[in-house]
Design a protein around this ligand. Structure first.
Ligand SMILES: [Zn+2]
Length: 129
């Protein structure tokens, strides 16, 4: 019904690939000034599961801009993995299709808008527990 068409999915896959290249270039440029970490080091622990493990690894990256780009690159890699697995465009929390308009704006979106809002409320109201 609201599931992605093949055309939409291909379109989003292209966007992700283009964005990934930009992030790789920016991270490579940023890492040139840091302590010997490479993109491969940073991506080594990337899994679809983990906002938390990502955050831990990111703490080793001192440059804030590189950290931001790295977080986006991880999201892109995870989104591409979901495309491969056939689960792209499905909310990871409630299993409903994420609307194309949202994916078009945020191709790495893992959740539908209601689930994302719930998550942000939880994160905002429960610090350090
Ligand atoms: Zn949802």
């Amino acid at each position: 019904m609201d599931e992605l068409t093949a055309e939409h999915r291909d379109d989003l896959a292209k966007k992700l690939a283009a964005r990934k290249q930009v992030m790789r270039d920016e991270i490579s440029a940023g890492l040139a000034g840091l302590h010997g970490e490479t993109i491969e080091d940073i991506l080594a622990g990337t899994t679809d599961a983990g906002d938390i493990s990502s955050a831990n690894q990111l703490s080793e990256v001192s440059n804030a801009e590189v950290a931001r780009d790295t977080a986006e690159l991880r999201d892109i890699v995870a989104a591409q993995a979901r495309i491969s697995a056939g689960t792209y465009g499905i909310c990871i929390d409630c299993d409903v299709p994420v609307p194309y308009a949202r994916l078009d704006a945020y191709p790495t979106a893992k959740r539908c808008i209601p689930c994302q809002e719930i998550r942000e409320q939880k994160l905002g109201s429960a610090p350090h527990r």
